[in-house]
Design a protein around this ligand. Structure first.
Ligand code: PXP
Length: 239
């Protein structure tokens, strides 16, 4: 099975916001990516609205029903927004003030779990599939199952930042074991964060892996060869 690709377009918004105008348009990026075979368009609505804005969520969900994957923190505000605009799926992620990007998976301790479970239930009742961004650990996959998630997205940040082949192989092994377990638990398995043209294929080939969510590396390459070319190169890399 060829792994599916979710294109994160947050940094198309970063570029647009640099001049405060409307170009480049997110809907143009989404249309191009879906036309090139991307499975979904991923957007992260952050608390500080540094790239994606509420109006973007509204517009993209309207224009591309069933194809928008919204990443957001597990807060009442984000739950309200998701229920209002109805993306196909929501990925609940941890969010910390001052971070440049998401640093790791959710902390699924008892107090967080109750809050995440409530939001998960409410979103699922509205026919929004729920993904939990987790570290590749057995306990977290089991916790995600108990919470009632449909999907787990395994955090590849550490794997992507591995300093040498040995470290990379060990971190890939964690992802491999967790992917198999999550699939056996009946969860759909995704992965993402920090993946690029050199390290995505190994994750795509893991047993149980169904979808990779990739943003920065593809958008960065598109500056030189265009979005269609950058997407094609990634699709080829993970085939
Ligand atoms: N998956 C999740 C949960 C993320 O938070 C991000 C970054 O927004 C990505 C995937 C994409 O990461 P990158 O831009 O490094 O490919």
């Amino acid at each position: 099975m060829t792994v599916k690709l979710g294109l994160n377009i947050d940094h198309v918004a970063t570029l647009r916001n640099a001049r405060g105008g409307t170009e480049p348009k997110l809907e143009d990026a989404a249309r191009a990516a879906l036309g090139m075979g991307a499975e979904s368009i991923v957007i992260h609505l952050r608390h500080d609205r540094r790239h994606i804005k509420d109006a973007d969520v509204e517009k993209l969900c309207k224009l591309f029903p069933g194809r928008i994957h919204l990443e957001c923190a597990a807060t009442a505000e984000m739950e309200r927004i998701a229920l209002k605009y109805k993306p196909a799926s929501v990925c609940l992620v941890p969010e910390f003030e001052g971070e440049r990007t998401t640093r790791g998976g959710l902390n699924l301790n008892a107090s967080n779990t109750a809050r995440i479970k409530k939001i998960t239930n409410n979103l699922r009742k509205a026919n929004i599939a729920v993904s939990l961004f987790i570290n590749p650990a057995a306990a977290d996959a089991r916790a995600a199952k108990n919470i009632g998630a449909d999907i787990v997205e395994l955090c590849t940040a550490k794997y992507s930042e591995a300093k040498n082949k040995k470290e990379s192989a060990a971190l890939l092994e964690d992802l491999a074991v967790c992917s198999i377990l999550a699939r056996e638990l009946g969860l759909e398995v995704h992965a993402g964060h920090g993946l690029d043209y050199s390290n995505a294929a190994a994750v795509a080939n893991l047993d149980g892996m169904e979808c990779l969510n990739i943003g920065f590396a593809i958008i960065a390459k598109s500056v030189f060869i265009g979005l269609a070319g950058a997407l094609l190169e990634m699709t080829d890399a993970v085939k």
